[in-house]
Design a protein. Sequence first.
Length: 285
Amino acid sequence: MANAISKAVLISGCSTGIGRVTATHLASKGWTVYATARRLDSIGELARQGCKVLPLDVCDEGSIRAAVDAVEKAEGAVGVLINNAGYGQEGPIEEVPMEQIRRQFETNVIGLTRLTQLVLPGMRRQGWGKIVNLSSMGGKLTFPGGGFYHATKHAVEALSDALRFEVRPFGIDVIVIEPGPIKTEFGSTAIGSLGGVKDSTSPYAAFNAIVAQRIKEAYEGPMGRMAAGPEAVAQVIETAITARKPKTRYPVTVAARLLMGLRRWLPDRAFDAFLRTQFPPPAAP
């Protein structure tokens, strides 16, 4: 084990939302935080709030290597990796273009995986590390119209379970965060992603409109009362990385606990029936 243990925090996706708030929250608590985003100008303010800032595009191998190398050169190792970068691609399975599908997996799964691979040697050398993967309640259940987004979050859950077993002997914890609706730009981005599959002649046109409406309601309508701000996630992450023996999973928001509990107990057909009360299925011609 190295003489000094680095507890430096590297966070992906800090330009907005959960990543940005988590970076400032942890910095205010005395953690050494490396906040990252594709564009440095989007996180310049974080440097004035106690964070160190680095460019990081999780879809670019060179960018990932450069960010990890920079932290290791300055700190010895990445002590805490928070895999936060991600977005939601919406649209029916039949109609989402393959280019958008690949980008969704590249951002939400492949980038997370590569970052994790590159920080692990340093964590193993020092015998200590925390890997925090931002999943979602959508990693435990699936809403219609969001198949590809949910597939990425189910993948994050599976990868985390395998990794937790593999790295535990080296003093490394793997922690999954499962937020429900969080009041960030995520909902607007998800609705915007439907733009790439809009077609008024599509058999899914009315269905897409309902999907967009339900996403909006989750953040702004009556369901929005069960949503939380990004600070709720930041506080849970702080609790997890501070704990001597953290939980493997941390649901965030009442909505996440209720819906994941419902999915756990209902058979598939019963859950489908529940979803039909919220999402009228696409109509056959």
